[in-house]
Design a protein around this ligand. Structure first.
Ligand code: XMP
Length: 317
């Protein structure tokens, strides 16, 4: 019978055997899969695992530093790369969602390749690919999928010529979480909502600027903190805020305002393929709305998305 403990034991032994004294580079995203893959590899090969965590400037508020800290806490050999400006430059002037995704994927590959080159004699690329990614590799989105679509283009970045080691590629998501728990990984990391690779860029409709990112980060932090404080976070499959570059008239004190809209989204789902919008308590929504409008400059209206998937998607772009 499959148990997380026996999986951990046999996988670490197999990784030791397979990798010997070889070096591995692995991109951490802050998500569950890459974190669990990294900790397994770390148990097997220690400092020969070189983790790279890229700040693309599109993460949630304070997420880069807090995730970096918790990885360092776990003893991982990790290098953080501040590449915010490279991503913002690449996104300047782009409004089409697919062009935005492509630009982010391209810059990620460049940044990761630069960082991987700083590791001498690396032989392997570690990845947190899980079984559903393997069977659906065509429809999977995000950095790994972007990497795949570039395979056809030729002129591969050097790290893509490495041998690939994917310790989780036989597991489903719930099994990955159980393995993570068996490894003693922080429940806060294991219980995190899914977050798309292109990050807040696909939650800012139209052109992305650092100013809009800052506004969305503030509003989103208020939203997520309230979901946690209200005991709702763990009951929701995924939640996030969307910046709508639509202006509407409001009134603040005696002043007329003409500002943007934040949309709140929360869904229940098993795998992201279909999803129902969550019936969040009205009192909680009221509190979040007040806090956002009173505290986030540039926002004077908050709306709640009551669309399910299909026909809507979870993300707006
Ligand atoms: P949609 O919007 O297609 O999202 O209903 C389904 C799930 O996939 C995530 N998602 C992405 N993840 N790169 C990713 O890594 C992407 O480009 C991307 N687009 C959507 C989304 O957050 C949801 O969990």
């Amino acid at each position: 019978d499959w148990t997380a403990d026996s999986f951990v034991e046999t996988t670490i032994a197999a990784l030791k055997e397979k990798l010997g004294d070889d070096k591995v580079v692995l991109g951490l995203s802050g998500g569950v899969d890459s974190s669990v893959a990294a900790v397994l590899l770390h148990h097997a090969i220690g400092k020969n695992l070189h983790c790279i965590f890229v700040d693309n400037g599109l993460l949630r508020k304070d997420e880069y530093q807090s995730v970096l800290d918790s990885y360092q806490h776990m003893g991982l050999n990790i290098k953080g790369v501040d590449a915010k400006q490279r991503f913002y430059d690449a996104l300047a002037g782009l409004t089409d969602p697919e062009k935005k995704r492509k630009a982010i994927g391209r810059v990620f590959i460049e940044v990761f390749d630069d960082a991987a080159h700083e590791v001498q004699d690396v032989k392997w690329l570690g990845q947190g690919t899980i079984y559903p990614d393997v069977i659906e590799s065509v429809s999977v989105k995000g950095p790994s999928a972007t990497i795949k679509s570039h395979h056809n283009v030729g002129g591969l970045p050097d790290f893509m010529k490495l041998k690939v080691v994917e310790p989780l590629n036989t597991l489903f998501k719930d099994e990955v979480r159980r393995v993570g728990a068996a490894l003693g990984i922080d429940p806060n990391i294991l219980g995190r909502h899914p977050f798309p690779g292109p990050g807040l860029a696909i939650r800012i409709l139209g052109e992305v600027t650092s100013e809009k990112v800052a506004i969305l980060q503030e509003a989103d932090a208020i939203y997520i903190n309230n979901l946690r404080a209200g005991g709702v976070y763990d009951k929701v499959w995924q939640a996030g805020s969307i910046f709508l570059p639509v202006q509407s008239v409001g009134v603040m004190g005696d002043e007329r305002t003409y500002e943007n809209v934040i949309c709140l989204r929360a869904v229940e789902s098993l795998d992201g393929m279909t999803a129902d919008w969550c019936h969040l308590p009205y009192d909680l929504l009221a509190k979040i709305s007040n806090e956002i409008i009173n505290n986030v400059k540039g926002i004077n209206r908050v709306v709640y998305d009551i669309s399910s998937k299909p026909p809507a998607t979870i993300e707006w772009e």
